[in-house]
Ligand binder design. Sequence first.
Ligand SMILES: Cc1ncc(COP(=O)(O)O)c(C=O)c1O
Length: 464
Amino acid sequence: MHTRRSVLPKPTTAPSIQNLFLIHSILLFFTKTGSLKTRLMPQDRKEFIKQAGAGLVLAGLPGWARADNTTLMDIKDLEQGGAPDDEKFWKQVARKYYDIADDYINLENGYYGLQSKPVLQAYLKNIEYVNKESIRFARKVYPERSAAIKKELAAFLKVADEEIIITRNATEALNIAIQGYPFRNGDEVLLNQLDYFSMIECFRMLEKRGQIKVNAFDMPLQPTTEDEIVEIYRKNITDKTKVILLTHVSNINGLIVPVTKIAAMARQKGIDTITDSAHALGQIPFSLPELGADFVGMNLHKWIGNPIGAGVLYVKKERIKEMSSLFGDVANAADNINKLAHFGTTPFAVVMTIPDSLAFHRQLGVERITERLHYLKNYWITELKQDSKVEIVTPPAKELSCAIASFRIKDRKSPDIADALLKQHSILTTARSLGKEGCIRVTPSVYTSLEDMKKLVTGIRNLV
Ligand SMILES: Cc1ncc(COP(=O)(O)O)c(C=O)c1O
């Protein structure tokens, strides 16, 4: 018989006595050497013990990375400022926590977010661990481990873990919601040109199959208030509208729609919303339960900074039983959300890194992140809106846009402008389809400096 000692992490759900003893010894060591004392405030110390315990239990060896502080930000850094215009603070964040290519300026962070160094480190450890432990890990450890990670993610989102599934991206999450929704013949779906093309494609596909009718309207590019947006949706509702697609933050011009208000208005009329929060999670603060949206798709690899390959679908508990599975499943009960998650082999290491990316994001703080992003966006659009040849196609107000904003230049093709910015100024942006002229999308991130934005302004001025 095989007698080798197992190296599998303990399949427990609470820190064991041995683990607590180990944490205590480590705390004692760091406290004696003084290094932990300077790093952790009393509240943080409690959090540290909690996370260290969770790390040991949840993640076994790879999760341990968080306990020795390598995957958390240094508290000292966070105590030293962090106002939106505090360049010293943000430069330090960029330098210390991100490995950024220095031969171009990346203003295309709307595609996906860089992993911070600590998250990347945890991810690499997870990859090695999964590869070495292999199928024994996948069969014997992962089920319990992924359930614990799902719990942690649900707590982060402030919903029950029975209401979420971890998907590979937002496209998958939203396809499950859209194709699983209980449409009846004659139902209409309301959407507009600022929604994400893949979700529009999905609804158009259902329309082609004769299952629904798509009712598309043109959203003004620069509404001035949230209430104006609510009225636009209300005006376009027909007596056949069953679902409104709500793109929380548009990938085209960055418009933020007031999901809570629209969902409440729609609910009064018996209309559901399917909400695409791919760009919202991590970029702007919001509370998932307070959105009042029953079906929400999100991404973890954009603004949470997880390795690529992780999204989330939230379905309100009482709505699950109405949903059909996109991936065949008859084993799960009708009201069990797992019936929507029958996708096969999972990118294990990506999922296992979720606690680390959440921890890093939580430490930097969504409020601090959102204020900084708004500040960077505001800088360049305020500078350029004075130029008669530049048209900004994003409303500037804080509640209507955050990091993402777009522009176009009179009589010039948007892809040509984006190309010229890259070739002549080493600035990466992206051209997006929007009407005849299109637009150029600019997306800074937390590692972007004000200097970068100044170079963008100079670059665009040189092109007009
Ligand atoms: C608004 C919006 N929704 C959904 C998605 C899809 O995200 P993913 O490609 O990660 O599935 C994107 C991607 O950019 C997006 O911008």
